[in-house]
Design a protein around this ligand. Structure first.
Ligand code: UGY
Ligand code: MN
Length: 303
């Protein structure tokens, strides 16, 4: 009899514990019981960007709550702040501009949701474009009829005034960077179509993160896109202050970003704008790898 009573008591305790974990953190929360139970490898690559964890449930209920901030020299733009509207001249595509010259940047960074029978428009004259696929797949074709299928983790760079179109039959989610190309005499960049896993790991003297550069490092290119991987507990050794600008999208993981005098908890799906010379530092936390994609202007004299 005592044994039966003890077993029943134990079951009640377990149910209660489970309930209290759910109540405290919610299913979608930063520390949701659902995400603790889910196997990390069940989800497709970059699923957290496309289907982000919003705020912990108790904060989602708070009217007006957002983790987004916008300061003179940096911004953190979190998914609950995204505002999508039809992208000018694109077909069946919604876009959310996260960084533009209105923030002081010399480039734009936007998310684009392509739907059935969607098609891109060309950038303005003298503007180069970089497209990275976060979900789904799309077709890139150029003026001479060459076609490439791009799926998750692949990307394309199109030099300024390069005739091309992205089309999509089903759906795709991409992040796009564009800037007015800064010409350099006797240099002209080529189009690039490739994918992250085809890029080799580069040396990072004095640092522990893993680095891949998605574009050639030659002088013809006036920016590059870095993919940076940190294991939980790893952090930038250099507390960077530099002339370059950044647009960052956290593709996986979570951690703390220092920007100027402020410290921000961030997670996959968050975007960051960093103006020239803003002090910047990152530490990866949580239980899984942090991976971010980073725009950086390079190879040009700042004068
Ligand atoms: O290359 C960079 O400037 C890079 N390490 N910056 C950063 O991660 N904030
Ligand atoms: Mn930097």
């Amino acid at each position: 009899m005592r044994k039966v009573f003890e077993t029943a008591f134990f079951i009640v305790l377990l149910v209660d514990l489970h309930r209290s974990v759910r109540c405290q953190y919610g299913h979608e929360g930063l520390c949701s019981s659902a995400s603790l139970l889910a196997a990390p490898f069940e989800n497709p690559l970059y699923a957290k960007v496309v289907n982000p964890t919003l705020s912990p449930q108790h904060l989602q209920d708070l009217p007006g709550f957002t983790r987004s901030v916008y300061r003179r020299d940096h911004a953190v733009i979190t998914p609950e702040s995204h505002v999508f509207s039809p992208l000018p001249d694109w077909k069946n595509t919604l876009g959310a501009y996260l960084i533009t010259p209105a923030t002081g940047a010399h480039f734009v960074m936007y998310l684009a949701k392509m739907t059935v029978n969607s098609e891109s428009a060309l950038p303005a004259k003298d503007v180069e474009r970089f497209v990275f696929v976060l979900q789904g797949n799309l077709m890139m074709s150029n003026g001479s009829g060459m076609r490439h299928v791009l799926d998750v983790d692949s990307y394309a760079y199109l030099p300024a005034n390069y005739v091309h179109a992205f089309t999509c039959d089903t759906s795709a989610f991409v992040v796009v960077f564009e800037r007015r190309y800064e010409y350099l005499e006797n240099h002209s960049p080529e189009a690039v179509v490739s994918s992250t896993q085809l890029q080799k790991l580069l040396e990072t003297p004095g640092e522990v993160f893993e680095l891949r550069k998605l574009l050639p490092t030659t002088a013809a290119y006036d920016f590059n896109i870095h993919i940076m991987d940190f294991q939980p507990g790893e952090y930038l050794n250099v507390k960077e202050v530099h002339y370059n600008q950044h647009g960052l999208l956290l593709l996986e993981g979570r951690g703390i970003y220092r920007l100027g005098d402020s410290w921000y908890p961030i997670q996959a799906g968050d975007a960051i704008w960093m103006a020239p010379f803003v002090p910047q530092w990152y530490a990866a936390l949580g239980k899984t790898r942090s991976r971010y994609l980073l725009y950086k202007d390079v190879n040009r004299d700042p004068l």
